[in-house]
Design a protein around this ligand. Sequence first.
Ligand SMILES: [Ca+2]
Length: 496
Amino acid sequence: MRYCYKMKVRVFFLLMLIVEIKTQMDDDRNFFLNFTTTFSPRDTFTSTDGETPPTESRTPPHIIFIMVDDLGWNDVGYHGSEIRTPHMDNLAENGVKLENYYTAPVCGPTRAQFLSGKYSIHMGTHRGNTIACEPTGLPTQFPTIADKLKEQGYNTHLIGKWHAGFHTEDHLPTSRGFDTFRGFLLGHGDHYTHTRQYQGKKYLDFYDNTTPYNQSWGHYSTEVFTERAKEIIEESENTSKPMFMFLSYQAPHNPLQVPSEYLDGYEHIQPESRRKYAAMVTAIDEGVGQVVESLKRSGMYDNSVIIFSTDNGGDVGSAGSNFPLRGNKGSLYQGGIRAIGFVSSPIILAAKRSRAVMDLIHVTDWMPTLLHIAGGSLNSNDLIDGVNQWNTISNAERSERKEILHNIKDRPRFRRGRGRRSRIANRRGSSFDTWNVRVVSSLTYGPWKILTGGQARDIVYPNPANHPFLFIVFNGIYLYTELFCNVYRAVRNGNK
Ligand SMILES: [Ca+2]
């Protein structure tokens, strides 16, 4: 009897959950659109290109893909952040904001998925980052988007962070479709010395193509990469070939380092770590502005597509903020994977700009989308997980993507310790022949999201005690949807 009672209670709450979610789905969608609009400092910006109608592109457009490292949901001006990002806001407000866009929760898997168009579980990058001296990375049998664009006649350039494998020459950027590479191979390092500490010693991690390069020693990484981008744009100005530039900034990933001039105007921000982080983001924003100016000066801008993306959610431990999303970089909560992203391009009709896309978009989608923009297509043996999103982005059509497999780690998080509970937990966790809720995994299907396994660093910023988050645990499985929007709205209204 007791068992039946428990089952009835569970079924009752599950049905209540379904009804609640179904009735509030549309409301959530509208709220999120309003949320982004409410916090958008639209009035303070001018259009990048006025009302100039787009011209039909006769040649494949230049593609500038800007990826930043660990930028959180609440770390851009157009999401209401205290951090000033006027250039990014301008591009986003006059372009297309991707407000339901997802990446992996950490750097390496996002980059591998971006480059290949494949889910991490289909190429072995699902366990996380490649660390120094580790013989793993994006497998060489899978072509990258740089390979594909090169086939379409593009000049291809990588500036900044790679982090997709480096243990053989075949894994280096110049073997993966990039004509040129200036940057670093690992996940992070000192922003001035460009060194990375490993087993107590510091090693230079900075290269020009495949040659160690120390001429940037003492210069701030963001500025180094911006200058390199401008240099390449100037070189590309007089070539007939289209340009693909993957501008992969190192910031605002820790260590928190920034030239002092970017701290101006942030004296009020506390603690100091957040102040430095804000300045690092502003340095990126300045860089984005300079790249756009350089494109305009060279005459390339009118036939360019500029895409901006973070590689994962903010690292709260290093002063990033994902508010109001729950979770940190490294977790499959929304805060770890729901990403900042937008597209700005004069080749998008003016009537289709200045809007937010709420369709599901995943980082694997860039491979077929960019290839489509370039006029190419996939081969029958290109088995990818990405979906071409160009019609969704440029023409407001509904996306073909209905679900995203965020990840399946093929091993559970083991419980430390030698006690009976640890032994039982680990024994249960070691079983892979049945559905194991201890395995870290997550799937989004429409408005639903299922998440299993323990999540790393389940922390939020600011203090969650002041901002409740709604999620539901059912038999060890976390079930929740975008209902946090309603909770946030209630909190916000209650604080007025
Ligand atoms: Ca990252």
